[in-house]
Structures are given as structure tokens and as C-alpha cells.
Design a protein around this ligand. Structure first.
Ligand code: ATP
Ligand code: MG
Length: 209
């Protein structure tokens, strides 16, 4: 039996056509159940929060998983294999703020984000120490009420930024969803994982052909 950890929400929705194409569609109520069988007798799914997927796969509670590159960057991906870019749930990780926001001379830049690790690393690479304010959602509000000078957040269309009078200031990374694999399982269940990795790769190539 193989266990695949799926990121609940937007990524799961964008993953369903691929699962369908390779015969792994969930066979159960994915809105309520946390563990559901798939159409294939040897694969089951876990339906979990995106931020928890790397943890389940790292500890081997799932053999493989599907998760956004943003979450992997924040978690640190050294403990997992990342063999395939699925090309879904594409967006960009950006620094955004009010137009004309400049580096501040007299105090550290305050950055609101749900990605403290990525943010710290990104600014450190530029030799900047920033004050990080961890938020869990609606980052766009922070600069408007002077909770922070800028935000680090995902941007897809830019509509939410625009609606709140914010602009993109810097580009940090392109984001899409990745297939990740537990390192030990890659050895002990190699043939089975190889088989499904090849199916995912074929389906991804077909979808982007
Ligand atoms: P959590 O429940 O852990 O807080 P969340 O509510 O942020 O997760 P989503 O907003 O569904 O979950 O985002 C999940 C993933 O989808 C992100 O990690 C990112 O990889 C991708 N994503 C987020 N926003 C977009 C977007 N606007 N367009 C495309 N992909 C996106
Ligand atoms: Mg969200």
C-alpha cells in the first residue's frame, strides 16, 4: 500500500484532473474524510492542510505528496525528494507594498508574511536584516494600517493587491506544485513509487503539451 498526501483546497482541485487521468481519483468524500481510498487498490490518499504535507512525507506517514513550492521553501526541502514539477497552482512569491515604498534609513524594514523563513533568507541574501511579523492571512491589510512596511505573499493575478492599492516591489520566486517523495520509501518501495512517478510525469507532459 502506498499513501499519497494531498494538499486540501486549491491544489487538490487542480490535482483532481491528473489523479483522474492516471486512475488515482479519490473514492470517497474528500470534503469530510481525512483518509480516503483511491480508485487503485494499492494507493490511499490523505487530505491535509498544505503546510502539513512536507511533515507527513518527511516522517513517512505518507510515502509521497503534492505541495506548493512556497510551502517546500518555507519548510526546507532537504529532507525530501522533489522529482517532479506538476505545473499546477502557479503563482509568484513577491514583495509588495504601497507604491513608492523605499528602504528605510532609521529603522529596520517591517515585513508581514506567512513565510518567515523565506523572508528572512531573501532579505539576508541582500545583506538586510528585517523585522518579520508573522501573519496567517490577508497580508494585504498590513501596509494599509502601518502594521508593516511591506508584505511577502503569493500573487497570481495581482487583483487583490490592486484592489487594496498595493503594487509588486520585488520578485522572490516562481511557485507551482511539486511531487515530493519520502527518502526511505524511495528505496524500500522503489518499484511502486517509480511506477506512479512515471504516470504523474506522463500526465503532466500531456497536460502541458
Ligand atoms: P492553509 O490552510 O495551510 O492556510 P491556504 O489556505 O493558504 O493553506 P491555499 O490558499 O489553497 O491554502 O493555497 C495553497 C497553495 O496553493 C499555496 O501554498 C500555493 O502553492 C498555491 N496558491 C496559493 N494561491 C494561489 C493562487 N492565487 N494561484 C495559484 N496558486 C496559488
Ligand atoms: Mg489561503
Amino acid at each position: 500500500m502506498l499513501t499519497l498526501a494531498l494538499s486540501k483546497g486549491r491544489i487538490l482541485e487542480e490535482t483532481l484532473p491528473t489523479l483522474q487521468a492516471i486512475g488515482l481519483q479519490p473514492a470517497g468524500d474528500i470534503d469530510r474524510l481525512l483518509r480516503v481510498p483511491s480508485r487503485h487498490p494499492e494507493v490511499q490518499h490523505l487530505i491535509i492542510r498544505p503546510t502539513d504535507v512536507p511533515t507527513y512525507v518527511e516522517y513517512g506517514a505518507a510515502d509521497f505528496g503534492i505541495v506548493g513550492k512556497d510551502i517546500l521553501m518555507e519548510h526546507g526541502s532537504g529532507s525530501l525528494y522533489e522529482p517532479l514539477d506538476l505545473g499546477i497552482a502557479q503563482c509568484r512569491l513577491m514583495v509588495a507594498g504601497l507604491p513608492g515604498t523605499k528602504p528605510l534609513r532609521h529603522r529596520r524594514l517591517r515585513v508581514a508574511t506567512k513565510y518567515p523563513e523565506i523572508t528572512r533568507r531573501y532579505f539576508a541574501q541582500q545583506g538586510k536584516q528585517v523585522e518579520i511579523i508573522k501573519l496567517y492571512g490577508s497580508m494585504e491589510l498590513a501596509p494599509l494600517v502601518e502594521l508593516a512596511d511591506v508584505i511577502v505573499d503569493l500573487v497570481a493575478t495581482g487583483k487583490t493587491l490592486k484592489a487594496n492599492g498595493l503594487v509588486v516591489l520585488e520578485h522572490i520566486a516562481d511557485v507551482s506544485s511539486r511531487l515530493v517523495v519520502n527518502k526511505a520509501a524511495m528505496k524500500t518501495k522503489h518499484a511502486a513509487l517509480r511506477y506512479w512517478l512515471d504516470r504523474f510525469r506522463e500526465a503532466t507532459e500531456t497536460a502541458h503539451a
